[in-house]
Design a protein around this ligand. Sequence first.
Ligand code: ZN
Length: 415
Amino acid sequence: MTPDPLTRATQRLVRRLDELGRISDEPRKLTRTFLSPAMRRANTLVDWWMRSAGLRTHVDAVGNLIGRREGPRPGLKTLLLGSHLDTVRDAGRFDGALGVLLPLVALADLRRRAVALPFAVEVIGFSEEEGVRFASAYLGSKGYTGQVRASDLRLRDAKGVTVREALEKRSREGFSLPKPAHPRSSLLGYLEVHIEQGPVLEKKDLSVGVVSAIAGQTRGRLTLRGQAGHAGTTPMALRRDALAGASEIVLLAEELARASKPLVATVGTLVISPGAPNVIPGEITLSLDVRHPHDANRRAALAKILAAAERVARRRKLACEWTPTQDNGAVACSPEMTALLAASVRRVQKRPAELVSGAGHDAVVMSAITPVAMLFVRCRDGLSHHPDEFASPADIEVALRVMVDFIERLARKHT
Ligand SMILES: [Zn+2]
């Protein structure tokens, strides 16, 4: 028996993920950062796969690789599909890449079956999502949607090169701030397939799930100032130990988040000063990351954590200062696109599944110009940003079948 064409397409897709996963800026591990030599090689390879799927390709002003297939007549709207081609350091080969390569085999299958699409399709391989080189995420999708700001261009990498200099080097015509690639009125929406990067689908024993919303996130630094002193001679009652205060705050944040599902709150770094075994910690800076699918709940939770931190600080006679560094609102996925996607999931997987994305994705930025939807694919042990990141061919095939079914549903809706 010859295998089903979509099973064969999945095998091709898995081979391509392996091949792309070997293109790296570092030996023996996968690292591809914004505009790096490996990114250029990755773009060349994906460009070839895009053209094999019948797309016309170009690279835009911020290095995004874009493949486009026109509709049957001019003036039709465009469906956007894609994800990012950059990676974290020592990455897995599915994060981002799956969302760029899967649409190509889906479109190749539709072309093979001569399915008429009453819209244009664009597949985008974003040049930057992870924020590795310039410590600022989404440069690719910000460029595509016309949201790069002058302040983004001034960011410097570890070698002191600015974003503007890196972009100018690419092009002889110089660089000017890009406008949105499309007006909102000409777009149908953006669908991104991505590995879940968490354990929810695995726990539910499901291959794929539809994302209902992408959680908003607040990040900031909390600084506590007490008094450094001799660890041997300062009696316990006279101490103003900033680390002891910070420890209470870490546990308070955890307790509050545990009691307010689906809130998540994380203290990921602690900087201890002076930081010596025989000195009472005089100053602590801790990072706090708070996420929730509803902005009002996130703000309320943050306010609660900060109020609790201040109470701890007062009791311990510590100065307490909060400096926010990032604030992204939650993004609700498009009800229309999500309903269509959910219908495809029910058909292919038999069981529906809906989940919230705790991680940010290109879809967050794309939501500024068009309705967005996301499909998550189970990954082993929920592991991501790690070389052992793995999505099984069987799960990838389910995702491929869902995308093909989704595009056909969308085509029927717009015919
Ligand atoms: Zn990603």
